[in-house]
Design a protein around this ligand. Structure first.
Ligand code: NAP
Length: 291
């Protein structure tokens, strides 16, 4: 156990609720692994009190913060500066000190990209099926456009939401690469071989037998399935992708890398693969994942 003293840098998480967050595990593991004198604390910030909380963080000289639900959009109005990609997406999950204030970044996106790269997935030129149009899937749609995929078929139960996100992303990047479609119309996706990102909450523990579709024709189009869910470690969606010959990954590495990149930004260090592997090991132990 490291000793906290007068020189310890304090970072933390602002969200509501924060009771079940895995972020302290990630950051305290990294601090230990890299020998950085930093402590990480979750702060429960009620809706409507975010501005006060950011001002308090400045006054307390906190070294950096993560921001989670429901504050990722609203926090932008509390920043001195913002990274261009985070600005485009309109969501910030990491605050880094800049002068007397904070600069905002979105390591959910860059972390997912790094996690995918490590699993051998390159988004540039890829054909993508994206399931969902909520907060997480919206972020993935931005990442896909940013990383230069050739096309994205965004499938959602509520068609209007998929169409709205598609229009927003296409406008932000000036090209028609995202196509909104109702989940029930998945057979309209052209024949081909796709990377599928599962960004809905269907299949999340304890509803582990649920899946957006069980249709074999759908899974035959998928060479790799990436589920953003990490509880359970192998979702029904992942099992079906594998049963049809594809590779499948869960969202634990995405979670790890959004934290790792925040840690790098706060402390000016580079986290190596072996150190990232220690974080993954701890996360697997904590979530009971055996993949
Ligand atoms: P959200 O904003 O509430 O969106 C939920 C999405 O799931 C919507 O597209 C919704 O469709 C769809 N959905 C819900 N129930 C459905 C059902 N019965 N049938 C079909 N579609 C259904 O949630 P979120 O924040 O985007 O999170 C989505 C998932 O991503 C969660 O499971 C979360 O654990 C995971 N996630 C993982 C990470 C990570 O680091 N690995 C980070 C963020 C999120 P409608 O629009 O039709 O309601």
């Amino acid at each position: 156990m490291r000793e906290i003293n007068g020189r310890t840098r304090v970072c933390g998480l602002m969200g509501y609720p924060v009771e079940h967050t895995l972020s302290p595990l990630i950051h305290n593991t990294l601090a230990q692994e890299l020998g950085v004198d930093m402590a990480y604390v979750p702060f429960s910030v009620e809706p409507g009190r975010l501005k006060e909380a950011v001002e308090g963080a400045r006054a307390l000289n906190l070294a950096g913060l993560n921001v989670t639900v429901p504050h990722k959009r609203e926090v932008i109005s509390c920043l001195e500066q913002i990274d261009p990609l985070a600005q485009k997406v309109g969501a910030v999950n990491t605050l880094v000190r800049c002068g007397d204030g904070f600069k905002g970044y979105n390591t959910d996106l860059t972390g997912l990209q790094r996690a995918m790269k490590e699993d051998g997935i390159e988004l540039a030129g890829e054909r993508v099926i994206l399931l969902g149009a909520g907060g997480a899937a919206r972020a993935v749609a931005f990442l896909c456009a940013y990383a230069g995929v050739s096309e994205v078929w965004m499938l959602n139960r509520t068609l209007k939401k998929a169409q709205a996100v598609a229009a927003e992303v296409n406008q932000a990047f000036g090209r028609e690469c995202i196509h909104g479609l109702a989940l029930s119309d998945h057979e309209k996706i052209p024949k081909g071989s796709y990377l599928a990102v599962q960004g809905t909450s269907v299949g999340l523990f304890p509803h582990v037998e649920d899946v957006v579709t069980g249709d074999a024709g759908f899974y035959q189009k998928i060479h790799t399935g990436y589920d953003l869910i990490y509880r359970p470690s192998a979702t029904k969606f992942m099992q079906l992708v594998r049963a049809h010959g594809g590779k499948a990954y869960n969202g634990l590495k995405m979670l790890a890398y959004q934290g790792i990149q925040a840690f790098e930004l706060w402390n000016g260090v580079a986290v190596e693969r072996a150190q990232a592997a220690s974080v993954m090991k701890k996360l697997k132990e904590e979530t009971g994942a055996h993949e």
